[in-house]
Design a protein around this ligand. Structure first.
Ligand code: KG4
Ligand code: ZN
Length: 350
């Protein structure tokens, strides 16, 4: 069986049309998608657990795993139906194996292993971050490396150089909190529901940039980020106001926080574009949905003769189509093949 699958995998490198069934379950979205040739999404089914976790103010790992388990096989059926394909027409099974929550990842990984075994199709292990980058290939059909990537999600914040489909170099990253994490924590202190990013985005539109929040100066000369200081500053600001019984305006706090954080992301991305002389930047990850970031980065990139690309909103946050796209480019380079001993990895390198 192992030999047969290896031979099948090798055939895929040169096969003209590749149909990949992709699975994503790293956090609180269970997702299954069918993607043709890395860019054409035949189906993209997502079951979000946001409502379930909202009452806890964040993702509860054990609850996430149980819900993935309940949802995944129906989503698989639905994804095939919507794509109008039979299981036999699938060329490979792709799955996110890390980074993410261990128990959550294991549901997707084990389901994918079961499919690979029963359908006798190659299994492809995909790095979640590579998936987020690939979400841009789905949105922009002609986009090709080289480009820079501003990776901004709940778990990652980094500037990467993508010199080829599978060649990534970290130019800078957060030394503490991911930017999405900071959005979520600030939202929580303002009593906004989980996930906080979209709530801050909305509320900031009604506020004024009137409070002086700053990010750490010590990383100024680098392409690294730190968001833990500003997160704590906002939390302390609110707590002090509450202790003194003074009123405060959540919209102004949201606006002032968002202005500061997006300035920092844009400044460093533009600097990376200038230093590397790569004028194309793609954004990846959930915070890429932020309207202020989109506006500022688009205009800053334009000012230096460059261009910023943002994935379509539905491909910014976690989805399986991006995993199917990344897997396509792995296969074309003979990468990513996994056997039935594949396990989930809560943390993995780029
Ligand atoms: O990429 P993603 O869906 O999951 C991870 O892989 O982490 O990112 C989720 C993060 C959350 O922190 C969420 O609050 C944030 O993306 N987010 C936003 C917006 N939409 C989602 N942050 C700021 N503005 C938004 N509009
Ligand atoms: Zn993600």
């Amino acid at each position: 069986m192992k030999k047969y699958i290896l031979a099948e995998f090798n055939k895929l490198k040169t096969k003209q049309d590749l149909i990949i069934l992709a699975i994503e379950s790293s956090c609180d979205e269970t997702a299954v998608s069918v993607v043709k040739n890395g860019r054409e999404v035949l189906s993209n089914i997502i079951s979000s657990q946001i409502e379930i976790h909202r009452r806890f103010g964040g993702v509860v790992p054990e609850i996430a795993s149980r819900n993935h388990l309940m949802a995944i096989s129906n989503l698989y059926e639905e994804a095939l139906k919507e794509a109008r394909i039979t299981p036999e027409e699938i060329d490979a099974i792709a799955v996110t194996y890390g980074a993410g929550l261990m128990g959550a990842l294991l549901v997707g990984v084990n389901f994918a292993k079961g499919l690979s075994y029963s359908l006798k199709k190659p299994l492809i292990a995909v790095n979640h971050v590579h998936g987020h980058i690939a979400s841009n290939y789905i949105t922009y059909k002609d986009l090709q490396p080289p480009f820079l990537c501003l990776m901004v999600s709940g778990g990652h914040t980094a500037i990467l150089k993508v010199s080829d489909y599978n060649k990534f170099k970290m130019l800078g990253s957060t030394v503490d909190d991911a930017v999405g994490e900071a959005f979520d924590k600030v939202a929580r202190v303002l009593s906004l529901p989980y996930p906080g990013g979209p709530e801050i985005d909305k509320l900031a539109k009604e506020g004024k940039n009137s409070i002086k929040f700053t990010v750490s100066n010590s990383l100024k000369s680098t392409l690294n980020f730190s968001f833990s200081g500003i997160k704590t500053a906002v939390i302390n600001y609110v707590h002090k106001k509450q202790q003194k019984g003074e009123s405060y305006n959540p919209a102004d706090i949201a606006r002032s926080f968002e202005e500061c954080v997006t300035d920092e992301l844009v400044d460093k991305t533009v600097r990376a574009m200038q230093l590397s002389n790569i004028k194309k930047v793609v954004v990846a990850g959930g915070v890429g949905a932020n309207s202020m970031l989109q506006e500022k980065l688009r205009s800053a990139a334009k000012k230096i003769g460059g261009e910023a690309f943002f994935p379509q909103l539905k491909y910014c946050t976690d989805n399986a189509a991006m995993i199917g796209s990344a897997a396509y480019y792995y296969i074309k380079k003979g990468l990513g093949r996994a056997d039935l001993d594949l396990t989930a990895r809560p943390t993995i390198d780029l």
